[in-house]
Write a protein that binds this ligand. Structure first.
Ligand code: GLA
Length: 389
């Protein structure tokens, strides 16, 4: 049986083979998509399928489909640990993907700005691409004016991860990647794993773990671009946003924090009660691209943000163990990139809520530390939950 669903990035139909989705074991299904390309899908374990998706760096790339009992589907590739689509029903039961993404690997090999990617070794910016640790100055790959952004020229978003053996029967996909000592200028061999779990309540939980053999900064995040309407023709300016943060980290012209933790009170950064994103965006030069200092205390998985959209009736809740949240309103999207069905992805076509430590922490001693030392275990969790109202 075939079921056709809408994909935001495509606006056209993609095909999900429901018999394969519900299969256990390693049954293989050959199918043809709308372009008549043959794809082999393998049901890996309950709720997860693996499909061949091409090659990068001489390694095989796969697309994994996680399906829950309520028919929601998340697709994740081991290329960049990338979430390529998240199909959920709107309040009328119509399904579409709420994240920007492409149907084929070639869309990602062209390096879109971190669409759905796992970002590392250090998400966000490190000023001038340098920092000093234990008396030694490290020079990083610089890729954002004079700064290092999102792990450098070839960050974790552009490497092929290994999918772990899937012996257990949980609806989780674990991807592993070891970043070598000196990669992009960072010290230490860093063993990283990211586990994605889709619950039947449409919660996508992402767990990040890492260990190193030399002290290194680390700041792993996911860079999904959400548009709850499921259609890039609608901007996110009418989405309503709440962020549980009384303070944010103001930035200089190159988006490096000044070091100050500034109150949001009376500013366009006050999302402590819900506000439409478009309401005050004109007062923020360049649009929102700022780290919010979350009010949460400690490292429990607490709710920190909520986005609602009246067109689709969808609600997105963000939970995290992390102290910061980068709210990016898709300012640099300019219509150059197109969805698979040719719709230009215009400015504010989507928004990112990147859970993180504060930008440039390795150079700002007053910020919580991002240094992982040998013998320590890095573990953070973030959960995105989608529901309808
Ligand atoms: C992050 C940054 C933005 C931008 C995007 C990708 O969110 O904070 O400034 O670089 O990634 O375009």
């Amino acid at each position: 049986m075939k079921k056709t669903v809408q994909n935001l990035a495509l606006g056209v139909s993609i095909t999900c083979i429901l018999t394969a989705c519900s299969n256990n074991g390693t049954n293989k299904n050959e199918s043809s998509d709308s372009t008549n390309t043959k794809t082999t899908t393998t049901a890996m374990k309950t709720g997860i399928q693996q499909a061949d998706w091409g090659e990068s760096d001489g390694k095989k790339v796969y697309l994994y489909t996680l399906t829950n009992k309520n028919g929601a589907q998340v697709k994740i590739s081991n290329y960049g640990g990338t979430i390529t689509s998240w199909v959920t029903p709107d309040s009328k039961g119509n399904k579409s993907s709420i994240v920007l993404g492409f149907n084929e690997l070639k869309g990602y090999l062209a390096h879109p700005p971190y669409f759905g990617a796992t970002v590392g070794r250090y998400g966000n910016r490190i000023a001038k691409g340098r920092f000093t640790l234990d008396g030694k100055t490290y020079k990083l790959a610089v890729n954002n004016n004079a700064n290092a952004l999102h792990g450098g020229l070839k960050g974790f978003d552009k490497v092929v991860w290994d999918a772990a053996a899937l012996a257990d029967n949980t609806p989780s996909l674990t991807l592993n990647y070891t970043s070598k000592d000196g990669e992009e200028g960072y010290p230490g061999n860093l063993k990283t794993s990211v586990k994605f779990t889709l619950s039947d309540d449409n919660e996508l939980k992402i767990e990040y773990d890492a260990e190193t053999d030399k002290a290194t900064p680390i700041n792993l995040t996911n860079h999904s671009y959400f548009n709850l309407t499921g259609d890039v023709n609608n901007t996110i300016l009418n989405h309503s946003l709440m962020i549980d943060a009384d303070r944010y980290t103001p930035v200089d012209t190159s988006l490096i924090p000044t070091g100050e933790l500034k109150s949001v009170k009376g500013t366009p950064f006050d999302f402590t009660t819900p506000h439409k994103i478009g309401e005050r965006i004109d007062q923020v030069k360049g649009g929102y691209d700022h780290n919010f200092v979350l009010n949460k205390k400690g490292t429990n998985l607490d709710k920190v943000a909520e986005v609602t959209d009246s067109i689709s009736g969808r609600k997105l809740e963000v939970y995290t163990t992390q102290p910061g949240l980068q709210f990016y309103s898709g300012n640099f999207l300019d219509g150059t990139l197109k969805t698979d069905d040719g719709k230009p992805i215009m400015q504010h076509a989507a928004l990112c809520l990147e859970t993180q430590h504060f930008p440039d922490s390795p150079n700002e001693p007053s910020f919580p530390s991002t240094i992982l030392k040998p013998g320590e275990k890095y573990h953070t969790e973030t959960m995105y939950k989608v529901s309808v109202q």
